[in-house]
Design a protein around this ligand. Structure first.
Ligand SMILES: Nc1ncnc2c1ncn2[C@@H]1O[C@H](COP(=O)(O)OP(=O)(O)OP(=O)(O)O)[C@@H](O)[C@H]1O
Length: 252
């Protein structure tokens, strides 16, 4: 594989993420996911929504190889990962996946540039240059600043740049705008949208916010650990209506 090419460009027509009949149960009979099947192509932006406890984070964790399904299979970037041993799984995640979390997960005492160099220092690929990704997220000139001095919006830009620097097939985003004001959140979503449109990255994003979900191409609504609907993303008011409908059905 050429180190210069983002992994997303190499995935061809095969789905970049495929879950088949995924179930995840926790002790004391808690069923977080059951019979979840989902096939996501390269360059799709998928939002996952649902009431609290409907299984969104569990789905993201199983899809990204941070957790293992109790049954079913997960194929990520061409490889079945649900039964991979820990080491190859860690390597596969490092090589193929980027993460953006609500809480940024950056090392605040290190500079922006040091945070972006970290995946490479931990043995991950560096398919794009640090200056290139800093420019892509509008942070040129900030490389030498400690992350601890940055605003929340700037930190989330760094987190996206850190995800992009490895040239991932999929970026998993868990409430990426949850800690940001609407304007800053919109800028962050614009960056994820651009990663999809320009670089062919696939994004799977968990969110509670219909306005954030409206940036996606496809909306997956979970109800009690199952996929209630999976369809093209409508506008924000229609998303809010659908979300209310699946949440009410659970409460009823
Ligand atoms: N580590 C765990 N141990 C036991 N139960 C868990 C664990 N993680 C999740 N659960 C349970 O699984 C179900 C789904 O949880 P999950 O966090 O995936 O929901 P969610 O839709 O992301 O919720 P929220 O919107 O509140 O973040 C819940 O009933 C939760 O209590």
């Amino acid at each position: 594989m050429s180190p210069a090419l983002p992994a997303a460009r190499l995935d061809g027509m095969e789905p970049v993420l495929e879950l088949k009949d995924v179930a995840r149960t926790f002790p004391r009979g808690i069923v977080a996911l059951q019979q979840v099947s989902l096939s996501v192509g390269a360059g799709e932006f998928v939002a996952v929504m649902g009431a609290t406890g409907s299984g969104k984070s569990t789905l993201l964790h199983c899809a990204a190889g941070l957790d293992r399904p109790s049954s079913g299979s997960v194929r990520l970037a061409g490889r079945e990962i649900s039964r991979l041993r820990e080491r190859p799984l860690t390597r596969w995640r490092r090589d193929r996946v980027g993460f953006v979390f609500q809480s940024y997960n950056l090392l605040s005492e290190l500079t922006v540039r040091q945070n972006l160099a970290l995946p490479g220092r931990l043995g991950g690929p560096r398919r794009r240059g640090i200056d290139e990704v800093l420019a892509a997220v509008g942070l040129q000139g900030t490389g030498s600043r400690p992350v601890g001095e940055l605003s929340g919006g700037q930190r989330q830009r760094v987190a996206i740049a850190r995800a992009l620097v490895t040239g991932p097939s999929v970026i998993f985003a868990d409430e990426p705008t949850g800690a940001l004001d609407p304007t800053t959140g919109g800028q962050i979503l614009g960056l994820l949208r651009r990663a999809v449109d320009r670089d062919g990255v696939t994004v799977l994003m968990v969110t509670h916010d219909p306005v954030a979900a409206a940036w996606s191409d496809r909306l997956v609504l979970l109800r009690a650990g199952t996929v209630a609907t999976d369809a093209a993303t409508p506008d924000a008011p229609a998303i809010a209506d659908r979300l209310r409908a699946v949440s009410t059905a659970v409460a009823a």
